[in-house]
Design a protein. Sequence first.
Length: 370
Amino acid sequence: RLRLHDGKLVKDRRYHLRTYPNCFVAKELTDWLIDHKEAPDRETGIRLMQKLMDHYIIHHVCDEHSDYKDAKLLYRFRKDDGTFPLSKDVKVFLRGQSLYEKLVSVEESILKVREENSVKYQRTFLGSEMIDWLIQEGEVKNRQEAVELGRALLEHGIIQHVSNRHHFFDSDILYHFWINFRRRRRLTELLNENSSRALSESPDSPFCLRKLNPEPGNTSFLSVQTNKEIKVVSAVRRSSITSLSGNSNAYFSAPPTLVFPPVAECNPKSVLKRPVTNEELLSPGAPYVKKTLTIVGDAVGWGFVVRGGRPCHIQAVDPGGPAAAAGMKVCQFVFSVNGVYVLHLDYQTISSLIMTGPRTLVMEVMEAIE
């Protein structure tokens, strides 16, 4: 959007004696996508812009067309006319982006390369230092409001403690921005989201699955901490496990039959050091922090395994998958899936919610503060 504004493709335009502010011509935009290598051809460019329409990012200026047409029709970014839907999650994300841009654009920024325990971290700041800056810049009224903002940013995965051991506090604890807002993502990444959302053939499958016929050397991922008892969970595609004949165990006593080799090996041992109850998770002062993860599934899934029940936990994460990129880790407890509270549900029900839902998965998880 900002690049289109800079290139003067988004501007006020006149049509039938009426002026439409901040709009673009669809045909011109398709040309621009191809010229700037955001799309290899017109068909892909049209699909890209339709994706933006489907996600309420752009719309026809008079809302007379629900489809993106490669013609001399006027469209507009909803952000430019105030019709972009702002949920709480979007508001926190945009606030974090605004603060980040403000911090990196000033001289003598509090964001610096710092070292802790002989490890260097980029874009770091002290908690108290950030609070001082927020008050000085008029972003908040007082220190309590600044702490609440910092906690919201941490829970949404925008900032985090450098070793992920603490929530946000008004202290000399070191934090860094977890999201690099200046990384330019190619539009064509959107088209990696296939429309297939079929359930696994087995309703008991604990997998939120990932790889189909993976390449040698990249066929599995670790499901437990690094010790001598590490087991391996093979990563497979969502529709690959056949019926388990009523076996409801999260990890199977015998390897299930797959529609392609090799057989999936399942780790029968939980990654949890001890059972945790919902009451323990939710009790006041409990050493758990809640985080919001937004996971955009790729062509073959999300890349994690959920197990257990009441509460369920993350048993394994593919280090090269979308879940790992969003900050998911083993031993986190699943609090909600796409706005649905799930602490009282078992893994079969949660797996069904995930695999029948949208490709962009919003999960709230709770993890222990060490």
